[in-house]
Design a protein around this ligand. Sequence first.
Ligand code: PMV
Length: 319
Amino acid sequence: MPTATAIAHPNIALCKYWGKRDRALNLPSVGSLSLTLAPFSTTTTVEWGAARDEMVINGREASAEEARKVFAVLDLVDSWRPKVRVLTGNDFPTAAGLASSSSGFAALVLAACAAAGHPRTPEQLSVLARRGSGSAARSIFGGWAEWKVGERADGMDSHAFEIANEAHWDVRMVVAIFDAGPKAISSRDGMAVTQETSPYYPAWVASAPRDLAAGRAAVRNRDLDALGQVMERSALRMHACMMAADPPVFYWKSGSVWAQDAVRSLRERGIPCAWTMDAGPNVKVLVPTEHAELVARRLGAVADRVHVLEPGGPARLVG
Ligand code: PMV
């Protein structure tokens, strides 16, 4: 049986994606910008031709919902595909606001296209990965990636591209875990209720392009002060928008607020650093490598666990 194995790293958005202009195609309402992070990774093996469609995640049979999403993406790789076996594993907590879906769908589409004998460009892989999970569009690329809103109704121009590779800037992302359990509400459902009910949603969509342009320039100039302001503003606006939904979409825990405070006080002491948060209570802090250990120690005083991650490379085939 043709088989291929791919590895991809998760990414964390610095300018956030929240809301869709097309739900079926997973097209975003706003462009976003991210950093791909190593050493956390997903490794996925696809066997193109099996007795039945089967998917195993971290050694257990996937739930019907998980399998449905994955096999729907494989149908896009080849609508006449054979039955397929997928074996996937993360070396970090799944569904904890650490974007396991980003590395998961990036590794899946890369392995599946190779196993199927349908090689695709990184942009085409990014479009396919997007259909599984929006943020996965960015994990096809290493380093600093931007995902374009695109203009086409079929979404073929809504893919990510690399702004700068993983060697561009000597920084670390310190991830403070306040809850490694599954999310209270999925990003898909959270986005839908925000879009339908938050009075702030139009303002969020209107304000995002300016932040994205400023974020892109700050990355290119390696300007952590400028990027930090954009990161925190984007995260705060995204969370304010979802908190104003009905019912509210609320991911913060007391530890999250404590960590934001700790980052501000480190900055007052002259340590350049900035935080961001996603669909979970964990706080991620961008910092020059030379100060990463200090930030990790400070956050470790309250967080359950702390990881120090570095810019990672693109999704790649390993077998
Ligand atoms: O694409 P999803 O369903 O993993 O949603 C990602 C949502 C955020 O992580 C909160 C923001 C982002 O741009 O990654």
